[in-house]
Design a protein around this ligand. Structure first.
Ligand SMILES: [Zn+2]
Length: 443
């Protein structure tokens, strides 16, 4: 085992324009001190000599030397031009972004975040740093890759949606390119005005390409889209249509049926229904193959036979799903939808009638789905991934960081690697790995 003679360790990494002048070990922690090697230089504007206004020291966490936690203490200067009265803070080129961390350690930490769903808290423990420090390093990295990212391709079809951020029951707004499956915009809040900044974020060319916008018709985004993109078609998408149906019809009919069963003394059927939320909202594949699906289907059929309203509502949902899945012709879609509403109105089921009455106002948006079908999987996929990230999240009350993590999660792998290379190439000469640059090892 080589032993480090700590007093003699020399960092021969290119840390210009600084050099090392002292080492110290305090409580097993290695402190290495650096100071500038150049003189104060000249003012870039008037070429007069600058003077030292103030000395400062910053402590940067660096990669461990052997088993020792290591800090680089860097003396640097604030320089002044007495002619222009301008101040310049000396740049420390191996410092990562605005963080208290060297570039090589930052790279190690940020690369470990590339694994799926890495938790800030765990990383903090691993590196014996605070969550805040780890988050700042990763956030600085994400900011840098976001800056390096090109403007996204103009989308033809966008979707806007809200998602909950759980704490304080707060919500956020998200816009995605529905076809390329790329997130375009995040904003805290789910009010109409939270969508407004989206329309000034990109170039004019970008917005001209957008032909359709899909959204939940219950939300307030409709008005904003209409105002900023008057020529764009608004689409009532499958995901929200079915979600509204499940909330507004299925859940309510189920609750009412449950109460009726109990009043009738049919406790067995009531119990079955009580736990059947997922079963009722399940979408079965066209050809059922697995035994599990068969059993679920049989169970559902039993329940449907036990109750007329539930039976009707499930059938109505299936025919709505079919219309959305299959119909790609505007006229057919219109006819199919109007027919569906007529059937709903004749059903004598109050929840169903209310749903149809409410949705008939959105007939144009529903018909537009024939031209711009939005697969329900896209939005659902986004929501599920966000849910997972939220679960491993720590310190996500920092929305900017949270949104950047979601954004990165959906970056195509290739682009992610490319952007990462752009960021690290700025620090290239400092990324030898600390131990490669260390002299003074004696055995
Ligand atoms: Zn000057």
């Amino acid at each position: 085992m080589p032993k480090y003679c700590l007093q003699n360790i020399k960092i021969s990494l290119p840390c210009e324009p600084f050099n090392q002048y002292k080492n110290e070990v305090i409580d097993d922690v290695l402190h290495i001190y650096f100071r500038p090697t150049t003189d104060a230089g000249v003012c870039p504007f008037c070429k007069q000599k600058r003077t030292v206004h103030k000395w400062r020291t910053i402590a940067l966490r660096a990669q461990n030397v052997g088993p020792h936690e290591t800090y680089w203490h860097v003396d640097h200067r604030v320089l002044r031009c007495d002619n222009c009265y301008d101040y310049f803070t000396e740049k420390i080129p191996f410092r990562f972004g605005g963080t208290h961390c060297t570039a090589d350690l930052a790279k190690e930490i940020c690369e470990s975040f590339d694994a799926q769903n890495v938790n800030v808290k765990h990383k903090a423990k691993e590196y014996n740093m605070s969550c805040y420090q780890i988050k700042s390093i990763h956030k600085s990295y994400l900011k840098q890759i976001k800056e390096a990212a090109p403007e996204p391709e103009p989308p033809e079809l966008c979707s806007v949606d809200e998602f909950s951020i759980e704490k304080n029951h707060s919500y956020a707004t998200m816009v995605i390119d529905t076809i390329r499956k790329v997130p375009l915009y995040f904003h805290k809040g789910n009010a109409a005005e939270d969508l407004v900044p989206f329309f000034s974020q990109f170039s004019e060319k970008f917005y001209k390409k957008i032909k359709a916008f899909s959204m939940d018709q219950n939300a307030s985004y409709n008005v904003v889209v209409k105002k900023y993109l008057p020529g764009c078609k608004r689409v009532c998408d499958y995901f929200h249509m079915i979600k509204n149906y499940n909330d507004g019809v299925m859940d309510r009919v189920r609750a009412r049926t449950y109460r009726n069963f109990r009043l009738e003394g049919n406790y067995e059927a009531a119990e079955r229904l009580k736990h059947a939320n997922r079963l009722i909202n399940k979408k079965f594949p066209e050809n059922i193959e697995s035994e599990e699906d068969w059993n679920a289907k049989l169970m559902l059929q039993t329940m449907m036979e036990e109750n007329h309203d539930l039976d009707v509502c499930i059938h109505m949902k299936e025919s709505l799903q079919l219309l959305y899945d299959k119909c790609r012709d505007r006229e057919e879609m219109r006819k199919g939808w109007e027919n569906w509403c007529k059937m709903a109105n004749e059903s004598r089921i109050p929840e169903l009638i209310r749903f149809a009455r409410n949705k008939i106002r959105w007939t144009d948006e529903i018909v537009n789905h024939a031209d711009y079908p939005v697969s329900s999987g896209v939005i659902e996929g986004f929501m599920n991934k966000i849910k997972v990230l939220k679960r491993v999240a720590f310190g996500y009350r920092d929305f900017e960081y949270f949104f950047m993590r979601i954004w990165q999660m959906f970056l195509p792998q290739e682009l992610n690697i490319k952007l990462s290379n752009v960021v690290w190439s700025k620090y290239q000469i400092f990324l030898g790995g600390n131990t490669n640059g260390i002299e003074g090892i004696s055995s």
